[in-house]
Design a protein around this ligand. Structure first.
Ligand code: CP
Length: 304
């Protein structure tokens, strides 16, 4: 039995196979419409979500399966003090696969150790969000045709943004990737990631101003400031609008640069940017369904 906790749980070759499966699912949905007949997905979300939970549910339903779960810790027995370990032991008797989001780093790993079914980390605190990374990689792969040879700018909350940490970890395995980290001093990418890049001799630079690096970027990954991870409301208010991408800032960007965002967006991308052909974040959310369909099939070892 296999779980997904970290984007590195799949080799580059396995990811390539997963993306080709996701592409086939997009092209031939009817072929997969009954692949999960009789199977049940449990979505255990101890933290709010729109895209991740609903795209998992949509994925299982499109595969012919059914969905159970909760979208709020308060409506589960966690509110009475039940542990994640006990919850997953029970859910293992009710479902065939589980997607879990939790505010505590490592909680889905604890669940996986006690689980009788595959567990997918759907986001654990400020740590990792591997299925968002699969979505991000599929988006780049589909729209650019390859995953190597990019200068990627990651902009915003690089300290608490779990999608950023997961994506960096995944991209370092592809050749000729260069990172440009764009953040205020307080929201810099964590030291453990900088140490990992140094160990692997991966080029990176850290800057505060987005405008000064825009012309060199092939990919721009915008993120919101993660209000829910701040200890201090004043700090959040001071930093929340530090970056606002608008059409005038994009004038110096490459004509084929992709603008990605895991969403939800708050103020960091003006809505006027949505009409720019380089803005692909809504397409990205759509690819999240196909890649989660491919992931469910892979973890349940179902071939069509
Ligand atoms: N990208 C993402 O994780 O969105 P949700 O929080 O809405 O699931």
């Amino acid at each position: 039995m296999r779980h997904l906790m970290n984007p590195l749980d799949f080799t580059v070759e396995e990811l390539d196979k997963l993306f080709r499966l996701a592409q086939d699912i997009e092209k031939n949905p009817g072929k997969y419409a009954h692949a999960c007949d009789g199977r049940i997905l449990a979505t255990c979300f101890y933290e709010p979500s729109t895209r991740t939970r609903l795209s998992f549910e949509s994925a299982m339903i499109r595969l012919g399966g059914k969905v159970i779960g909760f979208s709020d810790a308060a409506s589960s027995s966690a509110s009475k003090g039940e542990s994640v370990s006990d919850t997953i032991r029970v859910i293992s008797a009710y479902a065939d696969i589980c997607a879990m989001r939790h505010p505590k780093e490592g909680a889905p790993m604890v669940a996986a150790e006690r689980s009788g079914i595959p567990v997918i980390n759907a986001g654990d605190g400020g740590h990792y969000h591997p299925t968002q990374t699969l979505t991000d990689l599929l988006t780049i792969y589909n729209l650019k045709g390859k995953l190597d040879g990019y200068t990627i700018g990651l902009c915003g909350d690089l300290k608490f943004g779990r999608t950023v940490h997961s994506l960096i970890n995944a991209l370092v395995r592809y050749p000729n990737i260069r990172f440009v980290f764009i953040s205020p001093e307080e929201l810099r990418v964590p030291d453990y990631i900088i140490e990992m890049l140094k160990d692997k001799n991966i080029p990176y630079e850290e800057v505060i101003r987005l405008e000064e690096v825009m012309p060199q970027l092939d990919l721009l990954y915008m993120t919101r400031v993660q209000k829910e991870r701040f200890f201090n409301e004043e700090d959040y208010i001071r930093l929340k609008d530090f970056y606002i991408l608008n059409t005038s800032k994009l004038e110096v960007a490459k004509s084929d640069m992709l603008i990605l965002h895991p969403l939800p967006r708050v103020n960091e991308i003006s809505v006027e940017v949505d009409d720019d052909p380089r803005a692909v974040y809504f397409k990205q959310a759509q690819y999240g369904v196909y890649v989660r369909m491919a992931l469910i099939l892979t973890l349940l070892q179902i071939t069509v």
